[in-house]
Design a protein around this ligand. Sequence first.
Ligand SMILES: C[S@@+](CC[C@H](N)C(=O)[O-])C[C@H]1O[C@@H](n2cnc3c(N)ncnc32)[C@H](O)[C@@H]1O
Length: 238
Amino acid sequence: MADKKTSGNSSGRGARDLRVKVKSARGRKLSSTRWLERQLNDPYVKRAKAEGYRGRAAFKILELDDKFRFLVPGARVVDLGCAPGGWCQVAVKRVNALGEKSGKKIGTVLGVDLQEVEPIAGAQTHQLDFMSDDADEKVKEWLGGEADVVMSDMAAASSGHKQTDHLRIIALCEAAAYLAFDVLTPGGTFVAKVLAGGAEGDLQKLLKQKFEKVVNMKPPASRSDSSEKFVVATGFRG
Ligand SMILES: C[S@@+](CC[C@H](N)C(=O)[O-])C[C@H]1O[C@@H](n2cnc3c(N)ncnc32)[C@H](O)[C@@H]1O
């Protein structure tokens, strides 16, 4: 990368500012330059690389699970909108899908995404538009039984219009919730990404009828300038 430099700061306090600055370049939009600069300076991006995760999103599900403990050995997990695969990688480890934790139950992970997913050891993945007519039936067929966890990080490509993006993500989230109502075992957990924006109230109402507890959380790995948050519904009533 020709136009990247690390800025040093000799303020006398002994601390060095190691923030990577990216110079603007002809042909690259300012928004792309900012995105690149943010990626290069994001500690979660660095951690993802160091720990072998396919993206910084992995830390969101790790932090949600650290709090709510739904990815337990033996759990059967459905991951909607799973590409490139960070959440699946976390789930495979935590539910012991590869049988690496001896003496612990072995779980399963099924991931689907609009995009093709590079194979993930321990997970079964399929390319599927979850909003297509027979998507639910296909997922149920691949799952071949009940699930303990349905999680969705699905997000449609940004339209640039905040309210449109919000409505789209709520539609994805509702579709994920209806699959969860169909396949979750009693006591199961539903986790989904939503964007704060007003229309999520109906979804919350619906979830409160079906689950013992419904909580919203913004994990530390979720960027503070993003309106995303996660709804975690535990104790499916069946
Ligand atoms: C933020 S990414 C998910 C990141 C993922 N959790 C991870 O850890 O790698 C959102 C994903 O939702 C997927 N998606 C959006 N709409 C979808 C749909 N209708 N059906 C299936 N996947 C969808 C996108 O293709 C994208 O890969």
